[in-house]
Design a protein around this ligand. Structure first.
Ligand code: 3EB
Length: 320
């Protein structure tokens, strides 16, 4: 299935869609009070993200055609003939139980509509390094997700690209894009697959692919998971944000290389920084790496391991 699908970081000046054309869209706002807003043809999520310097950018995923909004408990849905946007939001305390509910509710909702395959998932919650029953909350999150996937008979290796980031705002947000056919999971030759991480990071390994490739009418899109300074399964360059950023870029390049030589350059990237003051040093690394820089958004967020200072996600796609 080739999808007439676009992904962009839009500035307030960008035209959203050519006049007279209907699109179903998923929008993600930063610097907005946390919440989900569902209207005809658009599902808007504000998952508690804060920019490093207010940029007014909106993440925007759109597919040509009509969208049908609906609600099922904590799940908000926008259904298009070929794609389904779904978002879950409730308290993030207790985190394990709520994560389990989120994945169970979301998978039931997408499956009952014939969209069995998530192609991209995002997870945001607060106090990622806080304690829950003697475990770090990121571990509780991984356990809740693993339990739900087990109950749902979803193999870990079938999961798509994902992001999991700690925010400063309370509330668990899990949202996804689902399709009727799976995307292609892409693993990174420089990294152990997350679902094969040894137990030292979490009693239940994280379940996500390093990237998902999907075919669009304007060529392939490569949806990049949140990518950190990890090679093998180990964190690299503790304390050095510039060296971590270079490692992240090497990981992103390796992913693009195995995804196919027809994959275009990144259209946009979102950089999560644990410490906003690292922005100039990380920006300098990106400027050297990309002669034609993709559009960038800088978000203050906590990466799942304390020593990791930077994580980058984004999308490779043709921009014109
Ligand atoms: C890593 O590579 C960094 O648990 O869904 C990145 C993207 C990370 C997604 C997840 C975790 C997740 O392990 C952390």
């Amino acid at each position: 299935m080739i999808l007439d699908f676009t992904s962009a970081l839009l500035s307030p000046d960008d035209a959203r869609a050519p006049a007279g054309e209907t699109h179903a869209c998923l929008r993600v706002l930063a610097d907005h009070p946390p919440g989900i807003h569902l209207e005809k043809d658009c599902l808007t999520i504000a998952p508690g993200l804060q920019t490093v310097a207010a940029d007014g950018l909106t993440e925007h995923w759109a597919i040509r055609g009509e969208g049908k909004p609906s609600r099922e408990g904590a799940v908000h849905l926008l259904e298009h003939e070929h794609l389904l946007f779904a978002a879950w939001h409730r308290t993030d305390d207790p985190l394990e139980a709520n994560t389990r509910d989120a994945y169970r509710d979301l998978f039931r909702a997408i499956r009952s509509r014939g969209f069995d395959y998530p192609i991209r998932i995002w997870n945001y919650f607060s106090r990622i390094h806080g304690d829950e029953c003697g475990l770090e909350r990121y571990q509780s999150f991984c356990i809740g997700r693993a339990k739900a996937l087990d109950e749902l008979d979803v193999p870990e290796e079938s999961m798509p690209a994902a992001t999991a980031i700690g925010t400063g705002a309370p509330g668990l947000f899990v949202y996804l894009i689902a399709a009727r056919e799976p995307g292609r999971a892409v693993e990174n030759p420089r990294q152990v697959s997350a679902y094969r991480y040894p137990q030292q990071y979490s009693p239940e390994s994280p379940a996500f692919a390093r990237a998902t490739r999907i075919e669009g009418t304007r060529g392939p899109l490569l949806l990049l998971s949140g990518t950190a300074s990890i090679t093998g399964h180990e964190s690299r360059h503790a304390g050095d944000c510039a060296a971590q950023a270079r490692e992240v870029l090497a990981n992103l390049d390796a992913l693009a290389a195995v995804a196919g030589d027809d994959v275009p350059p990144p259209a946009w990237l979102r950089v999560y920084l644990r410490r906003p003051e690292d922005q100039p040093a990380v920006a300098a690394v990106l400027a050297v790496h990309y002669p034609e820089p993709p559009r960038l958004q800088w978000i203050q967020g906590d990466v799942c391991r304390r020593e990791l200072l930077v994580e980058i996600e984004g999308v490779h796609a043709r921009t014109s």
